[in-house]
Design a protein around this ligand. Structure first.
Ligand code: IMP
Ligand code: MG
Length: 193
């Protein structure tokens, strides 16, 4: 049962819709990488919920690794240049790498990271994102695996946060940008359902 939605909040994707799509994506990746052992790389923290489900939908001996980055928000123009706070544990030379993201918005962060990863000499490098906010794209990107197109809204849940909270909602809601600051008041009741 879906809970009643507070004003200004609507369900973008239900738990069932997410599960069905993630299962299909896992199967597709399993077929495409049959006989290989890809490493799934997630940028902390938004992509981790998706990664955990995607990983278990793949019938491959895949491994996972994580990076943590910080954006240089101070600069006037967003450039995508990031500082690596935690690097991968293992090198990716000659590995088949799949970067798993929660959502691609401007694409600036990811295109910068892909450039950095490419320099490390992986055998292949692909992107799998749950959501794609294509209308906001600044840096063009090839997305090999896509869960869902996303409208230009602020999405929260299933790994996506509002100021670090509500990543553990099992579904994804869309909220008006103006409401994000009051997310605790509006979204807290949804966690209890
Ligand atoms: P960009 O593609 O470089 O603009 O940044 C993408 C990152 O911004 C994502 O990985 C998320 O962490 C965050 N982000 C973008 N849109 C949303 C959203 O609607 N909800 C929550 N986080 C978002
Ligand atoms: Mg992210």
């Amino acid at each position: 049962m879906m809970p009643d939605m507070p004003d200004g909040i609507r369900i973008l994707l239900t738990q069932d819709e997410i599960a069905a799509r993630v299962t299909a994506l896992g199967a597709e990746i399993g077929r495409d990488y049959a006989g290989r052992e890809p490493v799934l790389i997630s940028v902390l923290k938004g992509g981790t919920v998706f990664l955990a489900d995607l990983f278990r939908a793949m019938d491959l001996p895949a491994s996972v690794d994580f990076m943590s980055i910080s954006r240089y928000e101070e600069s006037a123009e967003p450039t995508g240049v990031v500082r690596i706070l935690k690097d991968l544990d293992h090198d990716i030379v000659d590995r088949d790498v799949i970067v798993v993201e929660d959502i691609i918005d401007t694409g600036l962060t990811l295109s910068y990271l892909l450039g950095a990863l490419r320099q490390r000499g992986p055998a292949s490098l692909e992107v799998c994102t749950l959501l794609d906010k294509a209308v906001r794209r600044i840096a063009p990107l090839d997305i090999r695996y896509l869960g869902f197109d996303c409208p230009d809204v602020f999405a929260v849940g299933y790994g996506l946060d509002a100021s670090e909270r509500f990543r553990n909602l099992p579904f994804i809601v869309a909220m008006e940008r103006s409401m994000v600051e009051n997310a605790p008041e509006t979204l807290l009741p949804l966690l209890a359902t």
